[in-house]
Design a protein around this ligand. Structure first.
Ligand code: SIN
Length: 278
């Protein structure tokens, strides 16, 4: 356990990924010292779980997000009434889909995909509804030098029409209002702050590799999807009411488990715009 000068306590979640943060009440706002500690922990641990929290107001949630950069607008998902930058995560007995059911890095189909995502859950099923995260630095480091050389310089194609078209119709999203971005990103990206390399493909959005046939690219992508989803790189988080998770989309993937139907799970998600991957 690390006790920082600002009073924040940081407890590693697993040897490989994540940290639990206590000693700060996000619903009261944070001061500069706490912000510095959180920012450092975010880079060091890649996923932070703030525990012992109260429900944060939408205004403070947006303010917390803006400390890390300009906010990202989701191209297709339903937003909270009056708060276009807040994506309401909500699944219940009548839902046809739940968000994030397959491994992904948020909206990797955007030209400037999100740097990070902050999700607070207010309604939880009695059991289930965990979220899994996987460490993409570790997945890269585990590759042989020969395979790293093969991947070096490859550009992956990320698409979204197959996912977003019709997905949110039952949540009041007008199909003419959605965007279905397509982007090309380096398959191996370098984190703009830590300088570390990570694998940046995922089975939700990545559909091909530039300059390769379907068969060539799918043999590489299938290998990488399975490799990146290996249990050794993963953690699985069991939520408490009002926990806030904050993950770095540049070096992690995640997957939300919808094992709680017909029960309800609800929260609010704020996403911060990132740089164009390099
Ligand atoms: C997501 O943002 O992909 C959803 C994560 C979750 O609901 O746990």
């Amino acid at each position: 356990m690390i006790n920082t000068i600002s009073g924040i306590k940081i407890q590693k979640f697993s040897p490989n990924l994540g940290a639990v943060i206590t000693g700060v009440d996000l619903s009261k706002g944070i001061n500069n010292e706490q912000f510095k500690d959180i920012k450092k922990a975010f880079l060091d641990y890649q996923v932070l779980f703030f525990q012992n929290q109260n429900e944060i107001s939408p205004e403070l949630h947006l303010k917390f997000g803006k400390l890390f950069g300009e906010l990202h607008m989701h191209p297709a998902a339903p937003s909270m009434n009056g708060y276009p930058e807040i994506f309401e995560i909500h699944a219940h007995k009548d839902s046809k889909v739940a968000n994030g059911e397959f491994w992904h890095s948020d909206v990797s189909c955007d030209i400037t995909p999100p740097l990070g995502t902050m999700l607070q859950l207010h309604i939880l099923p009695e059991t289930g509804g965990d979220t899994m995260f996987s460490n993409m630095y570790a997945a890269y480091n585990e590759l042989s030098d020969k395979y790293k050389t093969l991947l070096d310089g490859l550009i992956a194609i990320h698409e979204s029409e197959h996912l977003y078209k019709g997905r949110y119709d039952d949540r009041g999203v007008n199909k003419n209002d959605i965007k279905t971005p397509v982007a090309k990103h380096p398959l191996i990206r370098t984190h703009p702050i830590t300088g570390k390399k990570s694998i940046y493909v995922n089975r939700t959005f990545t559909t091909g590799i530039e300059g390769m046939s379907k068969y060539e690219s799918s043999s590489i992508l299938d290998f990488l999807f399975n490799h990146c989803e290996h249990v050794n790189f993963q953690i699985r988080y069991r939520w408490n009411k009002n926990d806030m998770a904050f993950w770095d989309n540049r070096c992690t993937m995640h997957r939300a488990i919808w094992d709680y139907w017909p029960n309800e799970r609800k929260g609010r998600r704020v996403t911060i715009k990132g740089d164009k991957p390099i």
